[in-house]
Design a protein around this ligand. Structure first.
Ligand code: ZN
Length: 384
C-alpha cells in the first residue's frame, strides 16, 4: 500500500455525506455532524459555497461533484470532461489535475474526478471503464476520489466481475454511482451485485444514493453520500441539456420506521382517520410527520428532518463493529421495518406494500466475488 492512501481512507471511513445543491447547503449545516458527516455540493456555485463553509467551519468535510456524468457519456478517448462557459472541455491528464487542484484551492476536503457516464458495455471489453481507471491512476496525488458513474447493467452477474476487477486496480478510493431510470436497486440482480461489490472492494463509497448507503456500509463500503433530493439519489442517463428540477418541490420525508422516503401526501392518505405518526428528531420535536405543507419553508424543514433521521440511523450503524455485528444490526432494522409496515396497515386499515428493495435486502447476503478474494489474498494493488 502506498503512502498517503490511509489519509483518504480514514477521512471517508464510516462517513455519511449529504449530497445537496449549493443553494440548500447552508440550511443543512446545523444538522450535519462534523465528526461523522459532511456535504457533497452540486450546482454552479458549489466551489464558492465550499470555500465559504470551510472558511467558517474548517472541521466540516465538504467536497463537490461537478455532475459531468449527468450530461456527458465517457469515451475511451475522453473519460473526463468539464462544462465551461465556452462548451464542454475534454480533460487530458494536465487538465484533470488542474480541475482537481481547483477543488482543493476552493478548500474541498478532497477532490472528486469529473468522470463522464460509463454506459453498459455491449461488447464486453470494458474499454471505457479501463480508460477511466488508467488515466486516473496516472495522477500522482493522494487526495482524490475517483468517481465511477455506471449503468445498472454493470451490477448484473455477467458484468460484475469485470467491474470489480477494474475497481481493484484503482489507486484511489472509488465513489460509485448506480444509474437507472427510476430506482436502480429495483433492477434484476443489482441489490445482490452491489453487496458483492462492497464485500469485494474495500475502498468503495456509494455515491448519489438513498438508504442503500446503509446496506452498502453494512457490507463493507467505506462510506456513502445520500442525495437530499430524489434526483440526487441515483445516477441518471446523460442528457446534454439537463438542468435538473423544473417542477415545484413538494415535501418528502424519510419515515425511519419504514426505512423509506414518502411524499407527505401519501402520509396524509394513510393517516386521514387516525392519529399520524410523530417524530422525536430535533427538527420535529414530537410533531406529526404529516404537518409539512408545500410551502418552501416546510419543504426545507421536511428535508432537515430527513437529514436528522439519516444521521440518527447512521449513529447506530457507526456504533457497531464492521462485519457480522453491523450486518446483524441492519437485518434487525429491516425486520423492524417489516413489522412497522404491518402495523401501519392494521392501524390505518389500508394496503401498505413492503417495498421491493427492502424485500431484496432481507435476503441472505451473498459472499464476496471469488476472483476478488484471490486478488485480495495477494495483498496488493496492480499498478498498471
Ligand atoms: Zn423529524
Amino acid at each position: 500500500m502506498r503512502a498517503g492512501f490511509e489519509g483518504m481512507d480514514e477521512l471517508l471511513r464510516d462517513r455519511l455525506l449529504i449530497m445537496v445543491n449549493d443553494q440548500l447547503a447552508i440550511d443543512m449545516l446545523p444538522h450535519v455532524p462534523a465528526r461523522t458527516g459532511g456535504l457533497v455540493l452540486t450546482g454552479a456555485a458549489a466551489p464558492v459555497r465550499c470555500r465559504e463553509i470551510r472558511n467558517v467551519l474548517p472541521k466540516t468535510v465538504v467536497a463537490m461533484d461537478y455532475c459531468s456524468h449527468t450530461q456527458q457519456t465517457a469515451t475511451a478517448d475522453a473519460p473526463f470532461c468539464i462544462k465551461t462557459p465556452y462548451g464542454w472541455r475534454r480533460l487530458d491528464l494536465a487538465g484533470l489535475s488542474e480541475i482537481l487542484d481547483g477543488q482543493r484551492d476552493n478548500k474541498a476536503s478532497y477532490a472528486v474526478t469529473p468522470t463522464c457516464f460509463i454506459p453498459a458495455d455491449q461488447v464486453g471489453d470494458a474499454s471505457v471503464l479501463k480508460a477511466v481507471i488508467r488515466q486516473a491512476n496516472q495522477l500522482r496525488r493522494d487526495d482524490t476520489l475517483l468517481l465511477l458513474p455506471c449503468s445498472w447493467r454493470w451490477f448484473q452477474r455477467s458484468a460484475l466481475p469485470h467491474l470489480a476487477e477494474q475497481i481493484q486496480t484503482s489507486r484511489h478510493p472509488v465513489a460509485l454511482i448506480v444509474q437507472a431510470d427510476g430506482d436502480p436497486l429495483e433492477r434484476k440482480q443489482v441489490p445482490e451485485g452491489l453487496r458483492q461489490l462492497c464485500r469485494s472492494c474495500p475502498r468503495l463509497v456509494l455515491w448519489r444514493t438513498d438508504l442503500a448507503a446503509f446496506d452498502a456500509m453494512a457490507h463493507g463500503a467505506l462510506g456513502a453520500a445520500v442525495g437530499a433530493s430524489a434526483v440526487l439519489r441515483h445516477g441518471v442517463m446523460p442528457r446534454p441539456d439537463s438542468a435538473g428540477g423544473g417542477h415545484k418541490p413538494y415535501p418528502v420525508v424519510l419515515v425511519r420506521r419504514l426505512l423509506r422516503y414518502h411524499r407527505v401526501a401519501t402520509l396524509d392518505d394513510w393517516f386521514a382517520h387516525v392519529d399520524p405518526w410523530t417524530c422525536t428528531c430535533a427538527v420535529c420535536d414530537g410533531a406529526a410527520l404529516t404537518r409539512f405543507t408545500d410551502s418552501d419553508a416546510d419543504v426545507l424543514a421536511a428535508l432537515q428532518h430527513t437529514v436528522r433521521e439519516l444521521y440518527s440511523l447512521h449513529e447506530e450503524l457507526e456504533a457497531t463493529l464492521p462485519g457480522d455485528e453491523r450486518i446483524g444490526w441492519w437485518r434487525q432494522q429491516l425486520a423492524d421495518a417489516w413489522d412497522y409496515h404491518r402495523l401501519l396497515a392494521s392501524q390505518t386499515d389500508t394496503e401498505v406494500s413492503f417495498p421491493k428493495v427492502l424485500q431484496a435486502w432481507r435476503r441472505p447476503s451473498p459472499p464476496a466475488l471469488p476472483a476478488a478474494e484471490a486478488y485480495r489474498a495477494q495483498g496488493q494493488v496492480d499498478p498498471s
